[in-house]
Design a protein around this ligand. Structure first.
Ligand code: AOF
Ligand code: ZN
Length: 342
């Protein structure tokens, strides 16, 4: 690996410390190198607070060295006055002569302007070092901005003979406790979680994070005709829950109704979420909802558990598509991860 890649790798590592704390902002990491040695490091720690470059510059003990240093950053330095002043200005003020960037910032307020500002000020700028990794790291941020929709993960567990539930819709106990714990971790990493009416009715899920430490996602349920029993866990008022339906209703405590013309249309569901801070979404079933998202091409990632259990008959699991990017034997289940674009 080139030394430039090694420093960018470190910046990416730092960026990851921001996971779960900076959304809807991207995770960003930065290192400052003087004569081949790292003299400053920083990352974006919390939404609304200092950007990675600011923290890295602040960490340098001998600021006069900045004039002869190279700054490595995983995202194009910003050029706008947001919650913080532009990082490009900070770099120019400190007379840092060289900047290496992994990827440009798709945010329309930045989108190349940060790089332009630096170049025009005489800073030597390089881009594209570990670009793919940097975009992968912020796949939710990139999808939200470029595709104007959340990053969508479809998740299901299927039996060895390909069923997602029994004929009576019972889908519990396909995957084992280890896989279910992993699902709780996944829930803590995304902004929202969606299930259809049948899953809500027959599984009565809580859709929160219990077997892992982390924040609860916003819960979303489809209840077309508003006939779901209010005793279900989803309606316990413990966290913000959105309820898609086709009738008019009033908002209640922690429960917000979103009226749509057609709840079967995943495009309308996604459109209905536009006013909420949802950069990523896990769809956890049931089969009809998963099928509709797959069919509409509205997904980015599939996470499929295959267990050793067999049902003999039942509701068939969807056919995975896309590109298999990860395959792993867990405790008893096998995990397959597919991506639409790689
Ligand atoms: C950087 N370095 O560490 C981050 C950047 O509201 P603000 O001021 O925090 O600006 C947020 C936007 O700035 C965000 O949408 C993204 O375009 C960029 N994030 N830029 O130079 C950083 N986190
Ligand atoms: Zn910035």
């Amino acid at each position: 690996m080139e030394y430039e890649e090694i420093f960018m790798q470190r910046a990416l590592e730092l960026a990851r410390y921001g996971r779960g704390k900076v959304s809807p902002n991207p995770m960003v990491g930065c290192v400052i190198v003087y004569e081949g040695q790292i003299i400053g490091e920083g990352y974006h720690k919390k939404y609304g607070e200092a950007h990675a470059e600011v923290n890295a510059v602040r960490s340098v003990r001998e600021p006069e060295k900045l004039k002869e240093s190279t700054l490595y950053v995983t995202l194009e330095p910003c050029s706008h006055f947001g919650k913080t002043p532009p990082c490009a200005d900070l770099i120019i003020q400190h007379k840092i002569p060289k900047v290496v960037v992994a990827t440009t910032d798709p945010n329309p307020q930045v989108a190349g302007r940060g790089l332009k500002k630096l170049t025009e000020a005489g800073v030597e700028v390089y881009t594209g070092v570990h670009e793919k990794e940097a975009q992968e790291l912020n796949k939710r941020f990139f999808t939200q901005i470029l595709q104007k929709r959340p990053y969508i993960i479809l998740k299901w567990a299927e039996t060895a003979d390909g069923f997602i539930a029994r004929d009576n819709y019972d889908s519990k106990w396909i995957s084992d406790w280890y896989s279910r714990k992993l699902v709780h971790r996944w829930r803590s990493e995304e902004d929202a979680i969606l299930v259809g009416g049948n899953t809500a009715k027959y599984d009565d899920p809580k859709l929160n994070v219990r077997s892992w430490t982390g924040r609860n996602p916003i819960r979303i349920v489809i209840d077309r005709t508003l006939q779901l029993n209010k005793e279900l866990h989803l309606f316990d008022g413990s966290q913000l829950t959105l309820c898609f339906n086709e009738q008019k209703t009033e908002k209640q405590d922690q429960l917000e109704y979103i009226q749509l013309a057609d709840c079967h249309d995943p495009r309308q569901l996604i459109q209905g979420l536009r006013d909420y801070p949802i950069q990523s979404l896990i769809v956890e079933g049931g089969s009809a909802v998963l099928h509709s998202f797959l069919q509409a091409g509205l997904w980015d990632e599939l996470r499929v558990f295959k267990s050793k259990t067999t049902f003999g008959s039942g509701i068939p699991a969807p056919h995975p598509m896309g590109c298999l990017v990860q395959q792993e034997q867990l405790l008893n289940d096998h995990l397959y991860i597919y991506r639409k674009d790689t």
